[in-house]
Structure formats: structure tokens, C-alpha cells
Design a protein around this ligand. Sequence first.
Ligand code: DLL
Length: 424
Amino acid sequence: MKAAHRKESGQQMEKLRKTVNRLWDRVPHYREKMERAGVGPTDIRSPEDLGKLPFTTKQDLRDAYPFGLLACDREELLRVHASSGTTGKMTIVAYTKNDLDAWKDCMANCLSIAGVTPGDTLQVMFGYGLFTGGLGFHYGGEHLGATVIPSGTGFTERQIQLMQDLGSTAIACTPSYAVHLSEVLASKREGQPGPGHSLKVAILGAEPWTEALRQTVQAGLGVPALDIFGLSEVMGPGVAIECPRQDGLHLNEEHFMAEIIDPVSGELLPDGEEGELVLTTLTKEALPLIRYRTRDLTRIIPGRCACGRDGIRIARIRGRSDDMLIIKGVNVFPTQVEAALGKVEGLSMNYALEVSEHRFVKDLAVSVESVSSLGELQMERLEREAVRALHEALGLRVAVKVLLPGSLERFEGKAKRVRVTSGA
Ligand code: DLL
């Protein structure tokens, strides 16, 4: 099957050439990289030529901290954001006026794909500040013509009150927070009729999640839960989003080109094969990125979506290549654990992974809450079932502890599911 970057319109090529020229002319780091790779702007004539360009990595951004990769004058910057730095030193991302306009267009487009319309009320439960989630949704929502409630993270009771009193029709938050929100809502509504809200959609992202977690959220809130993807390095939320068909995320091709590569060899992979997502920005002025290695693992879904859009779709992100745990020689992604736990009736989607290391061998233990309070015997039965489900999914025997509801920590932003301890 043919590899990525098809369906490029002349427009996309034009934008790509412009981006490459801009970097060549204005960013010495990029010019040096291109020269080292023996490629210059005149070599970029067809979409296949994208592959001649060198990759950009997180390390390039770190080395250039804070403004070393800037492709505009410092005075042209209207805003900066920063990546959280959970996997190393913080990186700064920057936006010109046109970048902010493009971002809000992108986000308004995503919200519209998700079914949000002018007149809807969008409650943004992502963090406002250096993180791109809050302000990304905020300006996109306003640009679309929705009423935006910038409620930010946490204060779940107050979130619910706002949702009810102001009649929110859409919410945006992390999938793990949506689980928590639905639990708190359920406990407050016990015995009362109706859902207790006017929502029609939940738009969730910023962390990997599975179909099992989607089902939990949808059952809890009674509305579709759609996946939105993005990363601060290339913009923020708004790179790709699911439509209500829930069959892959539509890439915003006006602004990005996508490739999937083998994370080890760097070779381009054919459509349908899972690998690392590589993104090239097409419209950025302040911080254009060529072939940025996201470390996110996904695949391009071949064919046209039943919604009628025929652009590139990516599958939900399985995780980051650096999220992968090697447990007794077996590669394990936290999302595989989540998917396996989701198969056991009676277990919730609140779980934690504990990785311990003894003489260079890592072991995994999983804690997971039951949906309701159970007796000892029932908990033990759930534990046995979870061990079996994990064994089937991973080929590993993993210790499982089933806990009572409410035992594990809840997260307002990105969930931190994995804890590493050094063993005896
Ligand atoms: O998480 C931007 C965002 C905000 C996306 C709100 C969606 C909603 P960063 O903090 O830079 O930006 O983190 C980017 O988060 O490379 C992925 O590893 C992960 N990620 C983001 N969205 C998803 C998703 C924002 N839908 C990193 N599924 C990315 C899986 C996701 N992982």
C-alpha cells in the first residue's frame, strides 16, 4: 500500500515550500541541518521530497531553548506556551498573530467536526496557562461562536454546578478527568431522574485512552466522547479530531502534513502500519517544524470515513514510544493494561501501574478500583479475572490488587498512571 503524504493538494506543496524557504532563510539551525543532509529548498518539488528533509526532535527544541528556532522577529510574538517538561527540560513554543489566528481556525474546525455549533455552550476544563489545552479550546470555541466557560481544572462540584446552571452542551477535558466527573455527577444524582446535564458531546484528549475508557465515559455521561489530539510543539490541541463516527481522527491538513515512520530505522511506513507520527507544519510563522518526531504511536487509516471526509485519518494514539515499559522482556503500553481491565465487568477505569526493578528486571503490579463496594470474596474473584485478562493481553502474569471505589488518586489534568519504585 502506498505510504503517507498522498492527497496533497497543490496548496499543501506551496505551503510546504514556503515553510522550507522560511526556515532556510531565517533559522541557522535548520539551514545547517538541511545542508548536512544535502538538501535545500529547491529540492522540494513533490510530496515525496518531504522525505529528503531531516527530522526535528524534542532535543532540537531543548537545545534551542528558549528562542533559538524562532523564524520571526522576537517583536512579532504575541504569545508563548510551554510544554510541561515531564520527559525532560521544558520547551517554549511561540506564536505570531497569524499563528494564533490559524490555531483558533483549526480549533473551531475541530469543534465543528465534533458537532459543536454557534450558540452551544462549551465548558473548558483544561488547564489555562502555559499548557495549551485551556486557551486553545477557549479561542477556538469563541471563534466558532460558542459561549465559552473557562472553568479550568479541578473543583469538580463547581464544574457540575456550572454545567447544570449554565446549560453546558459540550465539555472539554482529559479522558481520565471525564471518568471522575461522571462518577461525582452520578453520586450527586443518586435516585434522581434524568442525566442532570444538557451535554451533547464530550471532547477529550491530551493523554492516551482506550475504547474501554470511552465506553465508561459514554455510559456515565450518556453522550458521545470524541478524541482530540495535539501537541504544543506544533500548535496545541487541534491537530486532529474524531468525528461522531468515531472511526479515526481527521487530520487538519490545511496546517499539517503527517507521515508514519518506523521509530527505529526512521523509514516511512505504508498506510495502515503502526509507527511514530511525524508532523510537518504548513502555516506556522514563529516556530515552523519540519518532520517533527512526535514519539506518538499510531497509524494512518486507509480509505474514506463514513462521514464523507476523505482526508487523512489517524488511529487513536496507542501511547508514546517512551511510555513503553519492558516487563520481563515483554513490551507493555499502559493503554494495553487499560484495554484488558476494561474487559472485566465490575472493574472501573481508575487504575495505577507500579513498576519495580530488581537486578535490572522490571516487574509490574496493577491496582484498580471496583465499580462498587464489594465483599472480600467478590474482590478476589475480580482480581483473578483481571490477572487472566492481563495474561491474555500481554502474555505476562501481573499481580492485581482490586481496591474499593475512591481509593486511588484522581487527576485534574493528564493522569499519571505509572509509578516506578526500585525493588529490594
Ligand atoms: O496535550 C495538547 C492538547 C490539549 C491535546 C488538549 C488535546 C487536548 P502537550 O502537553 O504538548 O499538548 O502534550 C502533547 O500529549 O504528544 C501525546 O503524547 C499526548 N496527547 C495529546 N492528545 C492526545 C490524545 C497537549 N488525544 C502530547 N491521545 C502528545 C493520546 C495524546 N495522546
